[in-house]
Design a protein around this ligand. Structure first.
Ligand code: GUN
Length: 709
């Protein structure tokens, strides 16, 4: 058996802290700190029935690297043969598990069997006594079929028990604060708001599980399920992990993770095994009738379905449970890897096709993302979109859903909000555009395929706005090397079957170009050079820098036009701008992988000089409407962090006093002192809302300190 070393206990001051190490929109890879080591999320807490251990907890730890599991404290409390050793030796010894132990409280038993005989304080006190890492208060299960009044009662009564539960838990154990609210989005949000505000001597709930959802999962009511998650999430503080109580089917992992779920728990691996069913990422399959395995695992390898069916019931369920746990673990590993490489939404999209009901739920989420209504779910999705880096390296696979992916929506929204017409044309003239040129039937890179037609049109009429036609709609030529536009992964035909009718491009109005005559042109490469053509290319380069800085950094193009008057650039072998200088100083490096822009220290200084000052202190935000171009986002740090950050160290959570609300993970920001001195510049990993909440982890990856000697 592979061995997994004993966990390294976290420092007491870190217990319950949640730190994000990687993110893709709302999806996050987290480190949750417990007495029995760090737990990496998103993860599944396998349910261990203390009376019937289908897979030994020790094996989970050693063979499968399970860092935490969940068991039921009420079941242990009820049975003396379990409660006596648990009290004397502790829960970890009872289960023979070295990692973190989470316990539930008996609420689910009250849902299944009616009442439980334990009081809210008694069960928390018991969990403390047996030394669990994370206990659960006795919440009131709100079933989806209950009336609104009954659900309101479940929310209120759960809240009424919350404070006494935190008092009972004391400093020894962390506590889950479940969110109830049935199918009612407003009650889910209310429950989340109430539960996240409860505190005793500064201690709050460490995790917020979403409760009362098992019946929905059993009945595959996924649309309602995801609606509830979005509604609850609108009021859960960003630094608290979210747990989907009773969810353990791999089919639901990718979308749940993409929407920000961190913990799952389920006995499904064991329950389905007992029923001769195996889990796959696309659904559940009965072993009876199978000739071959639809997915395999080390548990099934070398065995055929027939061989397994001939085994004793006990041996069979043991093997199938091992398989189910492996599949569950590997789907979560896939989700974590997708977060690391920025493809969690794509994975959710792919999995949505595995089940019509999941597809229905996914399409509902896409509708909500597009509409962003002023509802609980809409506000979560707005945060999700705003926290998604709008540009990313790597291919963007074509599908019917491509235009609804959060990073694509974010990018298009930013272009629509911040892109402006050029202040002057290449020949030095100014005034409104006289036409829009749309380059169609042309594949990227457009600087190679279409520059000839663009130059020709600009010579013919300098007051021409140049757009390129992409499967995501027409976009300004300035973004020709921005991913995803230039990295769409699809058949060649997507570039060559485009309309040559100007009426088909009515959507140029999202750029404020409605009503301007449109000329459609095919692509032609640039074969010649002349003084005039060089002038046009210099103008196009400058437009590209101005447009990217205005769209990605929020700086007004007018201000950028002023500072970029003496712009020069060096080109790579592949004819792309690599170093950009203003007045002979290197200020930006266009990023070749994703088409974004990296600032140099001088570039950051210039950007900041256009919008000097400090953001509001957290808690004292100015709630007035934000402008379209609020300037490069500023993160203000406390005095004790200045020497470190000024020297180039990262900005850590806990040292931030304020941040502009348009701070966007993945796009440049500056770091300033309370006096407005520029301390550093870098790339934020978090939104401003997250910066108000997190206490641990990196908030801004600093590119360079500005106080270096
Ligand atoms: N397990 C599944 N659902 C629930 C719930 O709503 N509350 C608790 N405490 N445990 C659960």
């Amino acid at each position: 058996m592979d061995s997994n070393p004993a966990p390294v206990p976290c420092r007491p001051q870190d217990w319950g802290k949640f730190e994000i190490t990687k993110r893709d929109g709302a999806a996050r890879i987290g480190r949750f700190h417990t007495r029995h080591g760090v737990v990496t999320t998103p993860m599944l807490l396998p349910v261990v029935n203390p009376n019937l251990r289908t897979i030994e907890p020790r094996e989970m730890w050693e063979k499968y690297g399970v860092e935490a599991l969940i068991t039921n404290s009420y079941v242990i409390w009820k049975h003396e043969k379990l409660s006596i050793p648990a009290k004397s030796d502790g829960i970890h010894k009872l289960l023979d598990f070295p990692g973190a132990v989470v316990t539930d409280s008996g609420t689910f038993q009250s849902y299944v069997y009616g009442d439980v005989e334990v009081s809210p304080s008694e069960i928390v006190s018991f969990q403390r006594e047996i030394g669990v890492d994370v206990g659960t208060m006795l919440d009131v299960f709100g079933r989806p079929d209950m009336s609104r009044g009954q659900i309101q009662h479940a929310v209120d009564e759960t809240f009424n028990r919350a404070h006494l539960s935190l008092v009972e838990a004391g400093n020894d154990i962390l506590l889950n604060g479940p969110i109830q609210g049935g199918l009612h989005h407003d009650l889910r949000a209310e429950s989340a708001r109430l539960m996240s505000q409860v505190q005793d001597s500064g201690r709050t709930f460490a995790v917020h599980p979403i409760g009362g959802i098992v019946p929905l999962m059993e009945q595959q009511r996924y649309l309602e399920l995801f609606g509830i998650i979005l509604a609850a999430r609108s009021q859960i503080p960003p630094d608290k992990p979210i747990h989907m109580f009773g969810c353990g089917h791999p089919l639901l992992f990718p979308l749940s993770v993409a929407l920000g779920v961190d913990f799952f728990d389920s006995a499904a691996y064991a329950l389905f095994a007992r029923d001769d069913r195996i889990l796959t990422p696309e659904g559940t399959v009965k072993v009876q009738g199978l000739n071959e395995w639809p997915v395999t695992s080390s548990a099934l390898f070398g065995k055929t379905p027939k061989m397994v069916l001939k085994m004793s019931k006990e041996r069979r369920s043991e093997i199938l449970a091992h398989h189910n746990l492996e599949i569950t673990q590997s789907e979560l590993a896939r989700c974590r890897e997708a977060i690391r490489n920025g493809t969690i939404w794509k994975l959710a999209e792919v999995r949505s096709h595995a089940s019509p009901r999941l597809r229905e739920a996914f399409e509902w989420v896409l509708d909500q993302l597009e509409e962003l209504e002023d509802t609980e779910a809409g506000s979560t999705l707005l945060d999700l979109m705003a926290s998604t880096n709008p540009i990313r390296k790597g291919g963007e696979s074509l599908s019917g859903d491509i235009g609804f992916r959060p990073h694509v929506l974010h990018l298009l929204a930013l272009i629509s909000l911040r892109w402006r017409l050029p202040g002057s044309w290449w020949d030095g003239s100014s005034g409104p555009p006289e036409r829009v040129l749309i380059i169609h039937n042309s594949a990227p890179p457009w600087r190679e395929s279409a520059l000839g037609s663009i130059v020709e049109s600009l010579i013919e009429n300098p007051k021409t706005v140049v757009l390129i036609s992409t499967p995501l709609g027409p976009v300004p030529y300035s973004f020709e090397d921005v991913s995803p536009f230039c990295h769409i992964d699809g058949p060649e035909s997507i570039w060559f079957n485009q309309s040559d009718q100007s009426e088909s491009y009515g959507d140029v109005s999202y750029l404020g170009l409605g009503g301007i005559p449109i000329k459609i042109s095919s692509s032609k490469t640039l074969e010649e050079s002349s003084v005039e053509i060089r002038k046009i290319r210099t103008w196009l380069d400058r437009c590209s820098i101005v447009d990217k800085l205005s769209v990605f950094c929020g700086v007004h193009p007018k201000k950028l036009c002023e500072v970029s008057e003496k712009m020069e650039s060096r080109r790579s072998n592949t004819d792309r701008m690599v170093n950009v200088s203003f007045n002979g100083e290197h200020v930006f490096s266009p990023r070749l992988k994703d088409g974004g822009i990296s600032l140099t220290t001088e570039g950051a200084r210039i950007m900041y000089s256009l919008y000097p000052g400090t953001p509001d202190l957290f808690g004292e935000e100015d709630l007035s409407e934000e402008e379209d171009h609020p300037g490069i986002p500023r993160v203000m740090i406390s005095e004790d962090a200045i020497p470190f950050v000024g020297d180039g160290r990262n900005v850590m959570h806990g040292y931030i006093l304020g941040a502009d609300s348009h701070t966007t993970p993945g796009q440049p920001c500056v770091v300033v002192s309370q006096e407005g001195e520029l301390i550093a510049h870098g790339v934020p990993t978090s939104t401003s809302l997250e910066m108000t909440a997190f206490k641990k982890g990196i908030a801004v990856k600093v590119r360079d300190g500005c106080l270096k000697e």
